[in-house]
Design a protein. Structure first.
Length: 428
């Protein structure tokens, strides 16, 4: 099978690593890829939002399957464009069409979907510039902290959690006034959920599903979960506070009604559903849906999957996922994300990276990297590289990742030294 994988981050490097292991994978192309993905396939300079160029590539390279990593091409209708062209319509795409992508592309759409299908989530209301006064009144009915979410895609930065009512009102006005561009032309205000977060991942063909390993990520830049939100500074899988009883609740109360709800609403869906959850006193509540795998969670989920990922994708494409089961390792996987100095604010690109050859016992998943004209690997993003390790215990896995983090050197490098420490109490 010739496969095109769309994307350039750590998630795509992990997917490429896993797909390349499949005997069903003949040629793997990654568009545009990074310095790490070239080890598993061929990087191609292709803009995923240039639908004509993508379709031409599919035909030229006789592509049999398209796997879309990030959310933006899905929200912008890449799957729809491939389907709408008679010459490419028969090429299956892993990733929903634009309507299904609205689960991530619009917070309001997702919340309405959850309410309609009885999926447990926080109470909410949505507001625009015309109804900002009503939004302020709604804030007054809630208890602190106040949660404000830009309705559209805001590169992971569109959620504010504020303790002060007046500050929440001020931020509401700023968001509706264009703080996050078009993404915050509508703002969802919802009640704050207390508990501990985790992510559950589902692969579905629209009828059946398999549940992938769950994970917990670390969003804040600073140790002790302090400072600004990032795209993720590390992750752990499995999650010790998500035992069999809790995961059964997740499946019964959330996964099953989500997949059934998509079918009931006539929303075609073939691909991943990322369910951001809060474990609230043993009960799962949905914080958000994403329509792709998480990053850096993919970097701990893929190493634990023992099944053939391409075989699962083929079953999704053919509507036969119900015939498949998924085999998952009992080992723990931990990843530490190394980032550029200054991230998530202004940071430098182009710093030469060294030490790759010294890494032993960990898997390197490149995120923001590229190869310069001297064939050196250089930094090319805020989140630079994920160091993932499998271990018989959580402590074994995280120790291996931190050991190998020390080998990777570049100017201004930064990483959190406390990934997974908050979970220690659950292992006693």
């Amino acid at each position: 099978m010739n496969i095109l994988l769309v994307g350039s981050g750590g998630r795509e490097n992990a997917l490429a690593w896993k797909m390349a292991q499949s005997p069903k994978c003949n040629k793997l192309f990654i568009a545009p890829g990074n310095a790490g993905t070239r080890d598993y396939g061929t990087n191609v300079a292709l803009n995923p939002n240039d639908h004509q160029a993508v379709k031409k590539f599919l035909l030229d390279e006789k592509i049999d399957l398209v796997v879309v990593g990030p959310e933006e091409p899905l929200v912008k209708g890449l799957h729809d464009a491939i389907l709408a062209d008679a010459t490419t319509a028969s090429i299956p795409v892993i990733g929903p069409q634009q309507l299904g992508a609205s689960l991530e592309g619009s917070k309001e759409f997702a919340k309405a979907f959850m309410m309609r299908h009885g999926i447990p989530t926080a109470q909410y209301k949505a507001f625009t510039a015309e109804t900002v006064a009503e939004g302020e009144k709604f804030l007054e009915t809630l208890k602190a902290p106040y949660v404000l979410k830009a309705d559209g895609l805001a590169a992971g930065k569109g959620v504010l959690i504020l303790d002060d009512l007046n500050e929440a009102k001020k931020e509401l006005r700023q968001m509706l006034d264009g703080k996050f561009g078009d993404a915050s032309s509508t703002v969802v205000i919802e009640e704050y959920l207390s508990g501990i977060e985790l992510s559950v991942f589902v692969l579905t063909d629209g009828k059946s599903y398999v549940i992938l390993p769950e994970a917990k990520d670390y969003k804040r830049i600073g140790e002790g979960d302090t400072g600004l939100n990032t795209g993720g500074m590390g992750a752990v899988s499995p999650v010790p506070f998500a035992g069999k009883e809790f995961m059964q609740k997740v499946e019964d109360r959330i996964v099953k009604p989500t997949v059934a709800g998509l079918a009931k609403d006539n929303i075609p869906y073939k691909g991943f559903i990322f369910i951001g959850l809060m474990n609230s006193d043993g009960d799962p509540m949905v914080i958000e849906y994403n329509v792709r795998m998480g990053d850096p969670e993919t970097e701990v989920v893929m190493p634990r999957i023992e099944s053939d990922l391409v075989d699962l994708f083929e079953a999704v494409a053919n509507g036969k996922l119900g015939e498949k089961t998924i085999k998952v390792s009992n080992k723990t996987c931990c990843t530490v994300m190394m980032v550029a100095g200054g991230y998530p604010e202004a940071y430098k690109k182009g710093d030469v990276m060294t030490g790759f050859e010294k890494v032993d016992g960990s898997i390197l998943f490149h995120a923001g990297t590229k190869v310069n004209d001297k064939d050196e690997v250089v930094t090319n993003g805020g989140r630079v590289i994920a160091v993932s390790s499998l271990g018989n215990t959580k402590d074994e896995a995280i120790a291996m990742s931190y050991k190998n983090v020390e080998h990777i050197q570049y100017a201004g490098r930064y990483f959190r030294r406390d990934i997974s420490k908050d979970l220690d109490k659950y292992y006693k």
